[in-house]
Write a protein that binds this ligand. Structure first.
Ligand code: ADP
Length: 307
């Protein structure tokens, strides 16, 4: 078996008395696109920083790109590309000048060659003289990606890279990520978008510092073992009100003219849904559970555990 790009065990990080990353173990295979999901403040950024050697764990161990997380942090830093949540450029420099600056920081030589190759690689050559400050969100993000892959890292850590970017630019960004992964780069990417989670080979869901689910999207949905039913008809608003107080109903979510009800106890849910559908003149049918339903369930269960 080939060595994983990331393999960490029991990773723990405390800030003061607060345990922000709590005993997290995670494996990311080489060439894989791994998604990192979870509510805000759950420790995704902190975990990413532990993995690239920017922070030292209080407990736990692991290997990143075959190197020891504690002993070889400096070497790991050099082989990782890290795109932070709020990347910044010199707005009054062009795309090319910004990349020349980054090439200098990394000591890349010949810098012009690295910059030209990266510009071409990401389709930025025709825009290289444009000021960074004048770029749209999607192009700014492409420049940020260029800046973090120019030194040819083997692992990309992307922290919410598409927050606030329009759907077309997000899709293009993901096409780019898949192209890079097909060339052998490993990618760990945090996101809040469900469609992006579905573009990952595997996902990891962290809630309040703890890793609570992992696997392919299909595995995570299957493991959650939720039942979903859909009510349809004029009476869904009244049915929703009724269902929120009934047994077996963990989630009630209106979607247009339909109402989705979701729960762990399939038998109880079915009985409640049948009663509410009959009382409010709604039709009722089974449906697939969505990834978003699973995440909302995981989040509320994690909240219950710490409450
Ligand atoms: P996420 O990326 O999932 O939103 P973070 O890793 O940014 O989560 O933050 C997890 C928790 O750790 C938050 O409560 C945050 O306020 C806290 N935190 C992050 N960095 C620090 C720090 N340097 N000092 C103290 N608390 C921090």
């Amino acid at each position: 078996m080939t060595e994983a790009a990331i393999e960490v065990h029991g990773l723990t990080k405390r800030f003061g008395t607060k345990t922000v990353v709590d005993n997290v173990s995670m494996t990311v295979a080489k060439g894989e696109i791994a998604g990192f999901l979870g509510p805000n403040g759950s420790g995704k950024t902190t975990t990413i920083r532990l993995m690239c050697g920017l922070l030292t764990p209080d407990a736990g161990e692991g290997r990143v790109l075959g190197r020891d997380l504690r002993r070889d942090a400096a070497a790991i830093k050099r082989e990782v590309g890290y795109m932070t949540q709020r990347f910044s450029f010199y707005e009054d420099l062009t795309i090319e000048e910004n990349l020349m600056f980054v090439a200098g920081l990394y000591g890349l030589s010949p810098a012009r060659r690295f910059v030209a190759d990266t510009l071409a690689d990401l389709g930025l050559t025709s825009r290289k003289t444009q000021l960074a400050g004048s770029l749209s969100g999607g192009w700014k993000q492409r420049l940020a990606l260029a800046a973090c892959i120019m030194h040819r890292p083997r692992l990309l850590l992307l922290d919410e890279p598409t927050a606030g970017v329009d759907p077309k630019a997000r899709r293009e960004f993901w096409d780019e990520i898949h192209r890079l992964a097909a060339d052998g780069l490993t990618v760990l990417v945090s996101t809040h978008y469900m469609d992006e989670a579905e573009r990952c080979h595997r996902i990891n869901y962290i809630a309040y510092g703890k890793l609570v689910a992992h696997g392919s999207v299909a595995e995570v949905v299957r493991d959650a073992a939720l039942t979903t039913m859909v009510l349809e008809g004029a009476g869904t608003a009244a049915a929703a009100k009724q269902l929120r107080k009934m047994p077996g109903i963990d989630q009630v979510a209106p979607y247009g003219n339909t109402l989705h009800v979701i729960g762990r106890n399939g038998t109880a849910l079915r009985a409640s849904a049948e009663t509410a559908a009959a009382a409010n003149n709604c039709s009722l049918h089974d449906a697939d559970t969505s990834l978003e339903d699973v995440f909302i369930q995981l989040m509320s269960e994690a909240q219950d555990n710490i409450a």
